[in-house]
Design a protein around this ligand. Sequence first.
Ligand SMILES: *Cc1c(COP(=O)(O)O)cnc(C)c1O
Length: 243
Amino acid sequence: MNLKERFEQVQDQIARACAKAHRHPDSVTLVGVSKTQPPDVLVEAYRAGLRHFGENRMEECQHKVPAVQQSLGDVQDLHWHFIGHIQSRKAKEVVAMFPTVHSVDSMKLANKLNELAKGATHPPQLLIQVNISGEASKSGFEAYDWQHQPQRATQLQAELSQLFSHPNVHYVGLMTMAPFGATEEQLRRIFFNLADFRQQVEVWSGVALPHLSMGMTDDYPIAIEAGATMVRVGRAIFGERQP
Ligand SMILES: *Cc1c(COP(=O)(O)O)cnc(C)c1O
């Protein structure tokens, strides 16, 4: 299969998962994770119909993002999403290049992004990364077993209320990464748990969080059943990555 066929297959799978969950296919944004792919492959994906691109390393984007935009004649409907961990010293470049950031994984980073966005004409759209599975290697706000951990819940409530007081950025949702090798049953539990947590955060804060960014190549149909509004799919569109 070529890129266009793989992209169309993913779109079909999304439509099928939406139908199963009685959701409109437009309620899910496909973010094609184009990390490690060269600019010409992103251009090919755009021409095939992909409009949202996810990247995770600023070093890689410095050349790549301008190259893609230039090849496409600065089209207006191309959307860049940053999905990787952000080091403090790279934060400024990330907000300058990426209107949407999925990986706000600490209070410190959130504060920094708010500071950097001061005076920006378009406030960055931010998603709060949540570690809902409890896997030690995952970053993000620790929300594992929040339903049964009152202290953790209280702390989360306090942290998130501080975050929502940021005037220069726009928090639009939550993001999570499922552990590698999880069973379908575990994935289902994790994704539904993030959806429940979103509801709880909305009740705590009164802030509407329309987006749930969850689901990758191996599990995006399950994430859609649980309410994902953004799926981050790399290999199923672009093929296996070179190590
Ligand atoms: C690489 C990556 C993805 C996509 O992974 P695939 O398995 O290729 O679909 C999604 N989210 C994040 C944060 C990633 O780093």
